[in-house]
Design a protein around this ligand. Structure first.
Ligand SMILES: [Zn+2]
Ligand SMILES: [Zn+2]
Length: 136
């Protein structure tokens, strides 16, 4: 397939820099070459999350991501509509921007965190459970 820049090239909703396509196991997402934020179309985030080693697409450090975390007033790179800041239903500490029609944007480091749900959040859940029994 030929690469058509007018169709594929997205502008990063956070810093307006160009984004580049990154493919992992057949799933293609867009990553900003400046702030390293990630754009996922539709359910690509869920698809990628279920693939082994998919955290490799998240090459930015969470330090870089935090710089952009406070910038929440962003527009969907596909339709230009204002995106909603949403916290993940299972992992409340993870916040990302969502366009209900097109997809979602995560800052650098957030996808790695999202991906580690099974380990880290299960562990957090256990700790929280213990605390509740100790201090009712
Ligand atoms: Zn960016
Ligand atoms: Zn949109």
């Amino acid at each position: 397939m030929e690469h058509d820049a007018s169709v594929h090239s997205l502008k990063c909703p956070k810093c307006r820099h160009g984004m580049e396509e990154v493919t992992h196991e057949g799933v293609t997402i867009d990553r900003c070459s400046n702030c390293q934020g990630l754009w996922f179309d539709a359910d690509e985030a869920q698809q990628l999350k279920s693939l082994p080693e998919s955290a490799v697409v998240d090459t930015g450090s969470s330090k870089e991501g935090w710089k952009w975390d406070s910038r929440v007033d962003i527009d969907c790179p596909r339709c230009g509509k204002h995106m909603e800041l949403t916290s993940d239903a299972k992992q409340k500490h993870i916040w990302y921007e969502v366009c209900p029609d097109h997809g979602m944007f995560m800052d650098a480091g957030e996808f790695s965190d999202f991906k580690e749900e099974n380990l880290l959040d299960w562990f957090r859940g256990v700790i929280k459970g213990n605390r509740e029994t100790v201090c009712p």
